[in-house]
Design a protein around this ligand. Structure first.
Ligand SMILES: *Cc1c(COP(=O)(O)O)cnc(C)c1O
Length: 375
């Protein structure tokens, strides 16, 4: 028997989460963001659940190629655009739309020989100061692209730094409107947090009235993560987990008061208790910084990690199960995040928050040694 750790992707959850986005942004087309191998879920495993999306957004040519190999003929957007001039040949060949965020990328386009002119998304740096042209440089970039025979259509794009938090997006929306209001072209602004929290707020610009605009770009919410946890929860947003990480209890220890557990003796039993040893560790992608108290489900019942996460094993408290008379021992099902067999859910957000990180990182970090269930 293989080691019992297993990751399972839930296509129905992907479909349901995608529908949630459509309800929140009914007039917009939806980019399913599948960068980082669909946030660790696997592009091929997610394709069926996400094929109702209007397009796929990602960063890597390899991933774009894999989508074309799945016979996806619709839009694919490269969120970071091209990295060197010859990438444009792949864009032409695979029919990829690409973000333009630097003058170098415009130079490469101007020198590119193509029969098929390209669709580009011109990115405004509206305040995040990562990618994009500043508001003062934006117009000149637009005019240059507009004059190129290599460019067929220019769309307008920006990205929010604080859609999930208290600073919000008003300052960036104002910068976007000032730079683009009278320009033609489709617009895209919203990531998951903005879709959930701000999609209906007003936007001034050609052909649009709300922030959802022409396209929204949904990542984490498709996979069932709440971008603004712990202020909000996935269930509160109507989202379902698209990944379950599960394993089994492979050993049990009975402790006396004063006994310690694991490396560094980081946990000391205060009274007699049983602990389960489970087949999952940081080499599987579980966060090593998850402290005592991090939630975990055993036989669908909520309990906690105790002691330090090690490379291949984690120790969990069985006392809530023993107190409830729920039999637990070697072979009991353990849910690190996602859905237990009986239907209980442990949101990945809760594990991430306990470990001082975000769901995005945990989902992307599931290690290559973890097998995925066959679809
Ligand atoms: C990753 C990414 C998204 C999706 O972000 P989520 O928070 O996962 O929804 C949207 N837009 C851009 C430019 C991105 O890089």
């Amino acid at each position: 028997m293989p080691r019992p750790i297993l990751a399972t992707v839930h296509p129905d959850a992907l479909r349901s989460n995608l529908n949630q986005a459509r309800e929140r942004a009914p007039d917009a087309k939806v980019w399913a963001v599948v960068k980082a191998n669909a946030y660790g879920h696997g592009i091929e495993r997610c394709f069926d659940g996400l094929r109702a999306a209007d397009g796929f957004a990602l960063l890597d040519f390899d991933e774009a190629q894999r989508l074309r190999a799945l016979d996806w003929r619709g839009p694919i957007l490269l969120l970071e655009g091209t990295f060197e001039p010859r990438d444009l040949e792949l864009c032409s060949r695979l029919h990829l739309w690409h973000t333009v965020h630097t003058t170098e990328q415009i130079d490469w386009l101007a020198a590119h020989k193509t029969q098929l002119p390209h669709r580009v998304f011109l990115k405004l740096n509206s305040g995040m100061n990562r990618l994009g042209f500043t508001p003062t440089a934006f117009r000149a970039a637009w005019a240059r692209l507009n004059a190129l025979p290599q460019v067929e259509e220019i769309s307008l794009m920006t990205h929010f730094s604080d859609a999930d938090g208290p600073r919000g997006i008003a300052h960036q929306v104002a910068a976007f409107e000032a730079a683009t209001a009278d320009l033609p072209g489709e617009r895209t602004l919203c990531n998951s947090a903005a879709i959930l929290r701000h999609a209906g707020s007003p936007l001034r610009g050609e052909g649009v009235t709300t922030l959802a605009a022409d396209w929204v770009r949904e990542g984490i919410a498709l996979y069932g993560g709440a971008p603004d946890h712990p202020e909000q929860t996935a269930a509160g947003w109507g989202l379902q987990p698209a990944m379950t990480l599960s394993t089994r209890v492979i050993g049990v220890q009975s402790l006396q008061a004063g006994d310690t557990v694991g490396y560094g003796s980081a946990f000391t039993a205060e009274r007699p208790m049983r602990i389960g040893v489970i087949a999952c560790g940081y080499a599987d992608g579980y966060p090593r910084h998850a402290p005592t108290g991090t939630p975990v489900l055993v036989s669908g019942m909520r309990t906690r990690v105790v002691g330090r996460v090690s490379m291949d094993m984690i120790t969990v408290d069985l006392s809530p199960l023993d107190a409830a008379g729920v039999a637990a021992g070697v072979g009991s099902e353990v849910t690190l995040w996602g859905k237990a067999t009986g239907g209980a859910v442990l949101p990945v957000d809760e594990v991430a928050t306990a470990a001082g990180t975000i769901a995005y990182e945990l989902l992307c970090a599931v290690a290559p040694r973890v097998p995925f269930a066959a679809p």
